[in-house]
Design a protein around this ligand. Structure first.
Ligand SMILES: [Zn+2]
Length: 138
């Protein structure tokens, strides 16, 4: 299927193309996203790419008031927090991502279990674009 090496770099290339990919163990079928070159379960190195649907639900989250420099550059600060969470995908994989479309100033209103769909945020300037994975409520 896909010939790209199973690596974080490839994972980010796929995000640029708006594809959420994981690696699937050919021996035991365990899925990993971000991809891992070696299976944690059976230690097999036989991995293949698997495209994920990007649908899941919110498992846990935190609202972040003091973010890393690239988030501050996007305008997030103590008055404008953002939400980061763990999403459990339909395929059973848990993935860290930004949670968009929720009110991070009002965390009580954000519900665990909210159905989410993947969104690809393209940031940066021409030639230096980076894509961030985010999820938003369906
Ligand atoms: Zn395995």
């Amino acid at each position: 299927m896909e010939e790209r090496p199973i690596s974080t770099i490839s994972f980010h290339q796929f995000l640029n193309e708006e594809k959420l990919m994981g690696s699937k163990c050919k021996k035991c079928g365990t899925l990993f996203s971000p991809p891992r070159p070696i299976c944690f379960k059976c230690f097999s190195r036989e991995m293949e790419w698997a495209e994920l649907k990007g649908k899941g639900k919110l498992l846990t989250f935190t609202c972040i008031y003091v973010g890393p420099p690239w988030m501050i550059a996007e305008g997030y600060d103590r008055k404008h927090p953002y939400c980061s969470g763990v999403v459990e995908l339909e395929e059973g994989v848990r993935i860290d991502a930004r949670i968009e479309g929720v009110d991070a100033t009002n965390p009580e209103a954000i519900k665990i279990g909210t159905p989410l769909t993947a969104e690809f945020l393209h940031r940066g300037e021409e030639g230096r674009m980076k894509t961030f994975l985010a999820f938003k409520p369906l």
